[in-house]
Each structure stands twice: as C-alpha cells, then as structure tokens.
Unconditional design. Structure first.
Length: 174
C-alpha cells in the first residue's frame, strides 16, 4: 500500500518537471523580442552611419554585440536548461546540432551564464570608456567607478563559481 503511494508521489513529482517548459518557451519569445531590437538598432545604425561620429558608430556596434551575446546566452540557457531539467532534445542526427548541446551540465551552465554576464558587463564598461567626455564631472567619475566595481564583482563571482565547482568536483562523494 505504502509503496503504491510512494510510486505515485514520485511519478507526480518527476512529471512536474514539465512545468518548466513554458518558462523556456517564454525565453524563446524573449529572443524574438531581442531580434526586433537588434534589427531596429541595425536599421538606425545603417541609416545614420554617414552622419555619425566614429565614436557613435562604435557604440552602435557594441550595442549590436551586446544584443547578440544576450541572445546567445538565452539560447544556451534554453537548450541546456531544457535538457537538464525537462527532457532531452531529440535532434542528434541533425547536421546543425551544436556540438556542446547535451554536454553542458548544471555546473557548466552556471559558468557559461556568469561568463556571458562578465562579457556583457565588459561591453557596457567599454561603451562607458568610449563615451567619457574630455572634461569628466565628479558624477561621471562616480558612475564610471561604480561600473568598474560592478564589473569586477561579476568577474570575481565567476572566479569563485569556477573555484567552488573545482573544489566540489575534487571532493569525493560518500
């Protein structure tokens, strides 16, 4: 009697993983939204490139890179997260299947996410460098300092995540 209840409960809990599927579908919609902003930025950049300063073009290109990195991060989270938590994606024979697909575990996904966040933060920091006025005000200096502090926090978080994963993988499980 208790075994039947236990099996039923375990089956119910196991099947609850499908509740995450709508989250991943929502992230696919997020990529579509990013694509719309990417096209909007690209059209604006293309239409005004002749009249823009070199600095403005660089900032526009950095914005495109930023959107691309965020889209790539979302795709990695969708593929890996779905495969880790919901179900395997059955496209093994597809010629365009990414080589990393199905090989990223939760630990690897965390490191890839923090790595992408560091890269995105670096791009924002680079945009700030490019936009520094010739005569910086104390407010600009403070804002720049805080962006560097935040970026370094992301970098250190990434290093600590990697260190914790290394320690955990070297620790024998009992």
């Amino acid at each position: 009697m208790y075994q039947k209840i236990e099996r039923g409960l375990e089956k119910y809990i196991f099947n609850s993983r499908w509740l995450l599927a709508p989250f991943f579908l929502g992230l696919v919609i997020s990529i579509i939204l990013l694509l719309i902003k990417f096209v909007q930025e690209l059209v604006h950049l293309t239409a005004h490139v002749v009249s823009m300063s070199e600095t403005d073009v660089v900032i526009g290109v950095l914005a495109l890179i930023d959107l691309t990195l965020i889209g790539s991060l979302l795709l990695m989270i969708i593929f890996s997260g779905y495969e880790i938590f919901v179900s395997k994606i059955d496209v093994e024979d597809h010629i365009d299947r990414p080589s990393w697909m199905g090989k990223v575990d939760f630990s690897g996904l965390k490191l890839k996410v923090i790595g992408a966040i560091v890269a995105i933060s670096a791009i924002h920091l680079l945009k700030t460098f490019v936009e520094i006025p010739d005569e910086p005000t104390p407010a600009n200096v403070d804002m720049f300092m805080w962006k560097v502090v935040i970026h370094m926090t992301f970098v250190l978080s990434g290093v600590f995540f990697a260190l914790m994963d290394k320690i955990a993988s070297d620790t024998p499980s009992h």
